[in-house]
Design a protein around this ligand. Sequence first.
Ligand code: OOG
Ligand code: NI
Length: 269
Amino acid sequence: MHTDWKNLFEELWNQYRTVTPSAEKIHQLLGESQGREIVNDHIALRTFNIHPVGLDALAQHFLALGYHPGGEYHFKAKKLFARHYEHPAPGAPKVFISELLVDQCSPALQTIVHELVSHVSTENVKAKDFLYSGRHWELNYETYQALLKESEYAAWTAAWGYRANHFTVSVNHLEQFNSVQAVNDLLKAHGYTINGSGGEVKGSPDDLLEQSSTMADRVPMLFADGEHLIPSCFYEFALRYPKPDTGELYRGFVAASADRIFESTNATG
Ligand code: OOG
Ligand code: NI
């Protein structure tokens, strides 16, 4: 386990940037116009609800760092459950962890996923580097495609394993941009594709959270039977609004928006 959240997020960022070239470029593009650092609002992790890799096992790494569980979110059609975690220290990113409810999937998917997860031990999951340890199993492109037909989430998680699937620029902390729309406009002018599922800006001031994201980069992945280009990770932009009762910025997520953000790792065309 890490003893310092900053160190954990540094490791996660270093792993993420190697498969998400656009994130580093966008980070520079947004950072160029301001004197202070880009603030990371949150990251997200994906897993299967199977021992020993379930959501709670991943969350242990954050609880050990002083994180607390926040809201819970259900995604019925995608067969996902998620919970977010937050930390009292100013600047500590929030964490969104989801898991595929494998028992609700087809017998064929269940067989594949149980075989993959059988390569992971409890010791692996408890290891300090688990959250950025990638894939623990061999995977054929054919198996990846079989998963893809039923669940894009299952295919992504099988291919990429344990890593942050996105980091999130806090738009509240940008000096030159005060809306998600303005960030989207800049990115589109630079040729990036914004996830348009459910609209390019997801959520509203009433939801206390507005978000957008790029479509994941496509990078070469080495499968057991050769190399193929597949979607990797994406970058997100979030603007939080103050809660009417306390005036503090909203710290939760919005299920309807999250449902569409998951689709940022879909293959485009
Ligand atoms: C997480 C999607 C949800 C958000 O900010 O609502 C999310 C994922 O793609 O794994 O990050
Ligand atoms: Ni997110």
